[in-house]
Design a protein around this ligand. Sequence first.
Ligand SMILES: [Zn+2]
Length: 504
Amino acid sequence: MEETMQELREKDRRAATLSHAVAVLGWDQETYMPASAIDERSEQLELLQTMLHEAYTDPRIGELLARLGATDENPRGDQSLAEQDQALVRHVHRWYTRRTKLPADLVAAMARETSLGQSIWARARQESDFSQFAPQLEKLVDLTKQVAECLGYEEHPYDALLDEYEPWMKTSQVRRVFGQLQEDLRTMVQRIVDRPQVDDAFLSEDFAEDKQEAFCRRVLRDIGFDVNRGRMDVSAHPFTTSLGRDDVRITTRYSRRNPTSALFGTIHEAGHALYELGFGDAYRGSSLADGTSLGIHESQSRLWENMIGRSRPFWSYYYPLLQNAFPERLTGISADDFYRAVNKVQPSFIRVEADEVTYGLHIVLRFNLELALVNGDIRVADLPDAWMQTSRELLGISPTTDAEGVLQDIHWSMGGIGYFPTYALGNLYAAQFYHALRSAIPDLDEQLARGELSPVLDWLRSKVHWHGSSLTATELVQRVTGEDLNPQYFIAYLDEKYRDVYGY
Ligand SMILES: [Zn+2]
């Protein structure tokens, strides 16, 4: 048994190592690669991706898993295996079966059509014309449904799609949680829009980029990002990528007339990076050294960005430092003015620019439309109208152009149906973890107000990060908070905060 287990560990390690090599090339492409290198880089990436696919679908892995007793009903394998080995068996069994269930021609068609889809989408969005993208999206929806059928599901084809991003989560659970979330968020938005709006005009003045960068790097250091185990660079779209256990890269971008974009973007990506840097030593080199789901990953970025980074105690420490960096811009603006400005709530069309309160409604909108598409309740051609109608119902406003509506996000052009829910789940997990964190550290606010951020990282590291993918998202939430995912923590967090900001 130990010999079989050892061989599985080696196969797993090979795949994990290859995936990090792919990440190095991808990171370089987005940051420093000269434009002329793109053709060769594509060839290099394609070769490595093929090797990676072979590593992930090596039939020997299937034999090893069978020998270790792993089945769909019993993915953890033989009970005599050590706890950590059972976790690895379950993890490998999951990615191996998902990948080998898909026929090669379907995988190839998906790769071809999504690559085409992205360029068609980009042009359609530029010209704000959904009809250009619709035929390609129809193909992608059709392929996605075939993927769901091949993967299999118990209740709903969407289960198979969601599982790619939020392993083990079921559509019925998302539906239940979002149903509750949607009602509470709409009520809260209504209360807020009835109140006088906060003034954030001073945030669109000119803020020098070099000073923004110095401030971002200061905060990055303070929250515990170790520059000996990672880097921060600039890219068109901020992202985090792991090149290994001790090398996690993040990017940000600076905008002179929007200084909070770089700042909160940096904190957000740092939250992702700290998760990647915090996996237990025992998982080094294994695929268990990975985020357990996209929702949990997003919970780590949102907790730092919103619950810490947009909190009153955080700014009672950092605002004087920021004022010092930009005296000509911030003199006469109080810490309270600043705090309220960075927590302004306003229904808007674009998801990525949405505030904490309306954000979830953008996700509910996409989830409802995706379900309707997969069910066949609406046709692709109906999407722009359905988008406008749902937006009016949820956010009280509806876009007049395709670019501000149905074409705004890249996900569908990449075949990513099932991805969106993880963004909102991230907020919910974050609030539930944050509640547990505050219970564990009763004087947290006082510590934050003194600029002491390490207790937050220490707690997250030992409670959340350490486990990597050895626990599922559901197991992790239960272990850390003592209960299942419960959207009430997020609602209570928002309600307490925005009652204060808006005085409703
Ligand atoms: Zn994120």
